[in-house]
Design a protein around this ligand. Structure first.
Ligand code: SF4
Ligand code: SF4
Ligand code: SF4
Length: 614
């Protein structure tokens, strides 16, 4: 059998691999064929019918996403018949689509809108055949679904099932009543949804967007009684520039800090400080588990989508999760205790805002147990429950921050670099690499190796755990210990490692799991890009930022050392335990056929609390 075939596209000859689709052949040859439902390797349903081409000898037009090339095939991608068919198919889609572009979150980045413009569609002659007043699902703390803007491409269904292994959404009903929804049509908050936002990243329209908190942040910034502090996560600095014309992956830490100050935040801090702190706590927790017959393998706990996934699907394995809060949730209580005391501020007047690459962080900030600072002051000052406040008040995605900066008219590109504020702004390269899959593992190893051996590492780059593969593994010598570690990104990959544990066959001591493909660089709150190498470029930016820093190991962060001396005491000490560690919930195990009453918003399985630690 030939490994390549000779075809012609629009009269030009090409040699392409045998066995590929016409769509792939065209795109690989530099000819763009429109497709709203197709996603390489995930969906080829031929549902949108926009990818039609004319194949010589065929009586009808051919859907290029599901038909393979053959030797001698003559393809036309732009004949009048093809262009007319594509236009008609798009007009039929638009007949059932609200004309809300002015007010739509995806106004500037909508594949449907762009395609309508590119194909010359300016109006539709067809009458709607579907209802356009279906209720919007805003039950989730992280994601809003508007079924009226849905074109039923099923990309979201595919990514949720195949990349994340969650199956929270699918098509329900038939014919003109078909919609994408949750099991039982109960709303995302009552489904297994882990709030990862990967469905948002692939949606070609505004049918799936993050739940915006921009208005609340503007309100806090305008309140003279409030001290509004902001923290920004590692992966934001290598992605925010995409909204302002910078090449993908450009690290813009200094500009980001300056821009946040221009927005009016009273304190501009780095989540990386808390990432270094996470390593101090998590590294010591690992050493403690290894030396005191603790539950192994220990699994990282800084990715909130993964935490909810484990709570739903593996409630009996929660003891494997590190009890460390994520860096976002370590920063929050420190801002409202340590920082508040230093500046003589009433913690109730501090508003903590996070800038995150992640939609699940919105849900995480609203978990009821994330109120360590309130409990600290309750004991100290006798505050009552009526004055309750969370550790983190608002969470914005990278996209929301970009919108705020544009609304404020801040010329991001022209800002000169500025440092973060003290005392929660100093960080190391180990913290920066939290933003990419393998980074937490590498950061933990940099510290654990030196703490155990008391010797400086000859080489601090652990290349074995770098890269975008779904699962990586390595054997690491830590003093006398031979440590087996694994790293997974994307929850379908995580499932493979957790199933090993469930079967009693896991060879590992320590596992890092990141919810999103590529880790936080590919988070559901990052700028939406259809370019192929986006994650590679952002990953390169993260490692560039790590290399550029004078300190690259978390335990060498002088501000973290000072925090322990002045406030926390020691890693895993009493106050650390109160403020920086948490417990997890055994959530419900409702299935698609379960018609039991809907559980309370945002907390399926509530009432089955399992304090597996502390
Ligand atoms: S999804 Fe796209 S086409 Fe639809 S209203 Fe929003 S911007 Fe306009
Ligand atoms: S947020 Fe994640 S888990 Fe929830 S529906 Fe979307 S892809 Fe699925
Ligand atoms: S919600 Fe978006 S991704 Fe999902 S089917 Fe509808 S248009 Fe496609």
């Amino acid at each position: 059998m030939n490994e390549s075939v000779s075809i012609s596209i629009d009269g030009w000859r090409y040699t392409v691999p045998a066995g590929i689709t016409i769509l792939q052949a065209c795109r690989d040859s530099g000819i763009e064929v429109p497709a709203l439902c197709y996603m390489e390797g995930l969906v080829a349903d031929a549902a949108c019918s926009l990818c039609v081409v004319e194949v010589k000898g065929a009586r009808t037009l051919t859907r290029s996403c599901v038909n393979l090339v053959f030797d001698g095939m003559a393809i036309s991608t732009r004949s009048e018949r093809v262009r007319d068919a594509r236009k008609t198919n798009l007009e039929l889609l638009l007949a059932n689509h609200p004309q809300d572009c002015f007010t739509c979150d995806r106004n500037q980045n909508c594949e449907l809108r762009t395609l309508a413009f590119d194909l010359g569609v300016r109006e539709t002659p067809y009458a709607p055949t579907r209802r356009l007043n279906r209720p919007v699902d805003d039950s989730s703390d992280s994601i809003v679904r508007d079924p009226n803007k849905c074109i039923l491409c099923k990309r979201c269904v595919a990514v949720c099932a195949k990349v994340q292994g969650v199956h929270a959404i699918d098509t329900i009903n038939r014919g003109q009543n078909t919609v994408v929804s949750t099991f039982g049509n109960n709303g995302l908050a009552h489904a297994y949804c882990v709030n990862c936002g990967q469905c948002v990243m692939v949606c070609p329209t505004g049918a799936l967007v993050e739940k915006s908190e921009v208005a609340q942040v503007w309100k806090a910034l305008a309140d003279p009684k409030k001290t509004v502090v902001v923290q920004t996560a590692p992966a934001v600095r290598v992605a925010i520039g995409e909204a302002f014309g910078f090449p993908q992956g450009t690290p813009l830490t200094g500009k980001l800090s300056a821009a946040l100050r221009r927005l009016g935040f009273n304190g501009v801090f780095d989540t990386n400080f808390a990432a270094d702190l996470t390593i101090m706590e998590e590294g010591h927790e690992l050493i403690d588990r290894l030396t005191h017959q603790g539950v192994l393998p220990m699994i990282t706990s800084c990715s909130p989508g993964w935490i909810k996934f484990a709570e739903h699907f593996y409630p009996d394995l929660l003891g494997h999760l590190s009890t460390c809060k994520s860096p976002q949730q370590m920063f929050g209580p420190l801002a409202k205790t340590f920082y508040a005391e230093k500046l003589h501020l009433d913690p109730r007047d501090i508003v903590v805002v996070s800038i995150m690459p992640c939609t699940a962080k919105k849900f995480e900030a609203r978990r009821p147990e994330m109120d360590g600072a309130f409990r600290y002051w309750k004991t100290k000052l006798g505050l009552t429950d009526t004055g309750h406040f969370p550790d983190v008040d608002q969470v914005l995605t990278t996209r929301e921050l970009a919108r705020m900066l544009k609304e404020a008219g801040i010329d991001f590109a022209r800002l000169a670099d500025e440092p973060f504020d003290d005392p929660l702004g100093e960080s190391t390269g180990a913290a920066v690499i939290f933003g990419v899959t393998g980074g937490v593992m590498e950061a933990a190893l940099r510290t654990a190796c030196e703490v155990v051996t008391g010797q400086p590492l000859p080489k601090i780059d652990f290349e074995q755990v770098r890269g975008l593969e779904g699962i990586k593994q390595a054997d690491i010598e830590v003093g006398d210990l031979s440590l087996k570690v694994a790293v997974a990104n994307g929850l379908a990959n995580a499932r493979v490692l957790v199933e090993q544990i469930k079967a009693g066959e896991s060879p590992y001591h320590f596992i890092e799991i990141m919810t999103c493909p590529g880790g936080c660089i590919g988070g559901g709150g990052q700028p939406i890009s259809r370019e192929k190498n986006t994650k590679n470029r952002r990953m390169a930016g993260i490692y560039q930022a790590d290399k550029s820093l004078p300190l690259r190991k978390s335990h060498e962060n002088p501000s973290v050392q000072a925090l322990y001396q002045q406030f926390l005491g020691q890693p895993l000490g009493h106050l650390s335990h109160e403020l920086l560690h948490t417990h997890y919930l055994k959530r419900g195990t409702r299935t698609c056929s379960d018609d039991s009453p809907v559980p309370p918003k945002g907390n399926p399985g509530a009432g089955k609390e399992d304090r597996n630690h502390g």
